[in-house]
Design a protein around this ligand. Structure first.
Ligand code: C5P
Length: 221
């Protein structure tokens, strides 16, 4: 039985991957399964927290005792996370959020008129939800955690991202085979704004989730 060190706390976790619709049949998406975010939600609930799980397109069963808010796009995810974060002690952004969305939504299926014509898709930038939450904390002492998948210079890129986003903790993992997307396992380093570096050995996504909550609990005091 887990120690209820998050009892009386409200935590918000985002999970899955956003989908940005182009027309009634197409979207821009990513490979996030939602498994890491769901593991975070389950473990936080087991440690006594009230959990809001903002789930973007994850086809996973609702974890018991967790308040699940389903969303589709980055804009919807932002609304749901900001609203739940208003009284949250911690916000963990495990979702893969699309950096861009189509500038317009075509109500009819987009046709290819001419094979030589470039695809008629214009993109606009999505809001950076993590940076926004970190810059504008809904309550003092709120702990904000981000995730970053990197393919190279993992630690250097992670440090730079932690600073740019202004979060307290950043979980960085290397994207590769048997790791990260869709897999049951993960391997990561959790970087702290205080300069700390906590490696998490290759293992189940639950193990990484427990380490994240250990570090969050430490910061909540
Ligand atoms: O910049 P990058 O996408 O690598 O950062 C990843 C982190 O930022 C994740 O925690 C993700 O949930 C969050 N993010 C966000 N809003 C975006 C893009 C990413 O909150 N538009």
């Amino acid at each position: 039985v887990a120690e209820p060190d998050l009892a009386g706390r409200h935590v918000v976790v985002s999970a899955g991957g956003t989908r940005e619709p182009l027309d009634p049949v197409r979207f821009l998406g990513n490979r996030s399964s939602g498994k890491q975010g769901y593991a975070l939600a389950r473990t936080a609930a087991a440690r006594g927290a009230r959990v809001t799980l903002v789930a973007a397109n994850a086809s996973l069963p609702d974890p018991a005792g967790v308040d699940v808010v389903p969303v589709g796009t980055a804009v919807e995810l932002r609304e749901a996370v900001l609203s739940a974060a208003a009284d949250a002690d911690a916000v963990v952004m495990a979702a893969a959020v699309a950096d861009f969305r189509p500038a317009t939504y075509a109500t009819g299926k987009i046709k290819k008129k001419d094979d030589r014509e470039p695809a008629p898709i214009t993109l606009v930038r999505n809001p950076d939800i993590l940076a926004e939450i970190a810059a504008d904390r809904a309550r003092p002492g709120q702990v904000v955690v981000g995730f970053a998948a990197e393919t190279d210079d993992v630690l250097a890129n992670g440090r730079a991202k932690l600073k740019r986003k202004g979060c307290d903790l950043l979980v960085v993992n290397e994207v590769g085979e048997r790791k990260t997307f869709g897999s049951e396992e993960n391997e990561a380093v959790v970087l702290g704004a205080d300069g700390s570096e906590t490696p998490v050995a290759h293992g189940p996504k639950e193990a990484l989730a427990e380490t994240v909550w250990d570090l969050v609990a430490e910061r909540l005091g």
